[in-house]
Design a protein around this ligand. Structure first.
Ligand code: CP
Length: 314
């Protein structure tokens, strides 16, 4: 593996899931990263991604440096050929070149602005790091994808599934803010590559990018979609069609105990952070059906498996 920007960087998803589960049982690569440095740059907040990836690096024997790039670094210019006479003090070309001398792997989190769909889809930040860094680059959640989260989710389903082809429902839920589509995009991409039967439930106006959802069945009626679900992945996202906006939804899409009863005794997933009683009701999060903490724990082993592959290719 040369970089971990998207699903396309994985040769064999099933092998990577198995490797992560093996590392969870037995860390068999504790010295692979000795003398190597992981540098992580955050342009946006994080709890799980930051700490689980740092822990993963340390479990592999790496040194880890973390920077809140939005607050502590120079404002970066990402446009090639820019005349840098505004507030941006440093070009990504120098920044990535310098970081490549300090770090053996660079990991970056940069959310979308959700104003201009074409611009967000260019993935300027993560792709500029990839272009100018001379070491592997890891996506810690970019404008359109969160592949470490999606690998975690695939691992969690693999651990918990009771049949070869579980029914997995990715359902939209309400949220007071307009959120990126990164998590549901990557979840849809990854789970399509597994044996699970994936369907998506979202209100009218919230269909994800059709290039990503492909042939996945999309329901605009949540209750219909939930029937026979073995896993329910709850997540909010803003509109793709009416890009970055939050069209009004009249029905109640909060995932509560009554919705849970419509499923096949489903396990309930969320990437966290979750807004209780807006996205998922307390009665569900506090029940044995919720696997959100197991999911968050698996973030470490997903990151460890990815960093291990990158270290092996150095
Ligand atoms: N799920 C996730 O990425 O969590 P953080 O935003 O806290 O990193």
């Amino acid at each position: 593996m040369k970089n971990y920007i998207s699903l396309a960087d994985i040769d064999n998803l099933e092998d990577l899931i198995s490797e992560a589960i093996q590392l969870k049982k037995n860390n068999n690569a504790a010295t692979l990263g000795k003398g190597k440095t992981l540098g992580m740059l955050f342009f946006n907040p994080s709890l799980r991604t930051r700490l689980s990836t740092e822990k993963a690096g340390r479990l592999l024997g790496m040194d880890v440096m973390v920077m809140n790039a939005d607050k502590d670094g120079w404002a970066l210019e990402f446009e090639d050929g820019a005349v840098m006479d505004s507030n941006k003090a440093e070009h990504i070309q120098e920044a990535a070149g310098v970081l490549s001398q300090y770090c053996d792997i660079i990991a970056v989190r940069a959310f979308p602005e959700l104003k201009d769909r074409e611009k967000d889809e260019m993935e300027l930040v993560i792709n500029s790091f990839k272009k100018y860094a001379t070491v592997p680059v890891v996506n810690l959640e970019s404008a359109t994808g969160h592949p470490l989260q999606a690998l975690t989710d695939a691992i969690t389903i693999s651990e918990l599934k009771k049949s070869k082809n579980p029914k997995v429902v990715l359902t939209w839920a309400p949220h007071p803010k307009a959120l990126p589509q990164s998590v549901p995009n990557s979840f849809a991409e990854f789970i399509q590559k597994t044996d699970a039967e994936l369907v998506i439930a979202n209100p009218e106006g919230y269909d994800l990018n059709p290039k990503i959802t492909g042939n996945i069945k999309i329901y605009h009626n949540q209750e219909e979609a939930l029937k026979d679900a073995d896993f329910v992945y709850v997540k909010n996202w803003s509109s793709y069609e009416n890009y970055g906006n939050k069209p009004d939804v009249s029905e109640n899409w909060t995932f509560n105990g009554d919705k849970l009863k419509m499923t096949n005794n489903a396990k309930v997933m969320h990437c966290l952070p979750v807004r209780r009683n807006v996205v998922i009701a307390d009665e569900v999060l506090d029940s044995e059906h919720s696997v959100v903490l197991q999911q968050a724990n698996n973030r470490t082993f997903a990151a460890q498996a990815v960093l291990k592959r990158l270290l092996e290719s150095l």
